[in-house]
Design a binder for this molecule. Structure first.
Ligand code: GCU
Ligand code: CA
Length: 136
């Protein structure tokens, strides 16, 4: 199953803005532009195992806005690229795979350059579980 976690419900190290159209929900996270100034989502997984994390972002700047992807306090992908999208109103999705615990997890994007984070619209989590079939 896929669950969407809106950035406006997450812990954003900045402001929830709505001035660049095309976002989902009521806004997006505009984190302050600094190393380590990011956003933390609290997400739930039905079972432990691999999940797909899909981040929707916009980067109207001219430089990439790399960010570590930190799951439950451990960096699972160092400096994942959040490349320029051409405009702050052009939103694109980026997916990575990470292991989640059953139950509650934290997923943080932590930027590694002084430009800070791209604007973040949401995180979608697709857990690896498929429906059980056959004899129970
Ligand atoms: C502009 C833009 C913001 C963005 C910021 C940035 O101010 O309006 O949405 O977050 O640039 O460069 O981070
Ligand atoms: Ca910003």
């Amino acid at each position: 199953a896929t669950t969407r976690y809106e950035a406006e419900q997450a812990a954003c190290d900045g402001t929830i803005d709505s001035n660049h159209a095309g976002f989902s929900g009521t806004g997006f996270c505009n984190a302050a532009n600094a190393v380590g100034s990011g956003v933390t989502f609290t997400v739930n997984a039905a079972s432990a195992g691999a999940a797909t994390l899909t981040f929707r972002h916009a980067n109207g700047g001219t430089a990439g806005r790399p960010a570590d992807i930190v799951v439950n306090g451990s960096t699972t992908q160092a400096a994942g690229a959040f490349d320029p999208t051409g405009a702050w109103t052009t939103w694109v999705s980026k997916s990575v795979t990470a292991n989640l615990n059953a139950g509650s997890n934290t997923v943080r994007l932590s930027p590694t350059t002084a430009n800070g984070l791209a604007n973040i619209d949401y995180l979608e989590v697709t857990d690896g579980g498929s429906p059980q079939t056959g004899r129970q």
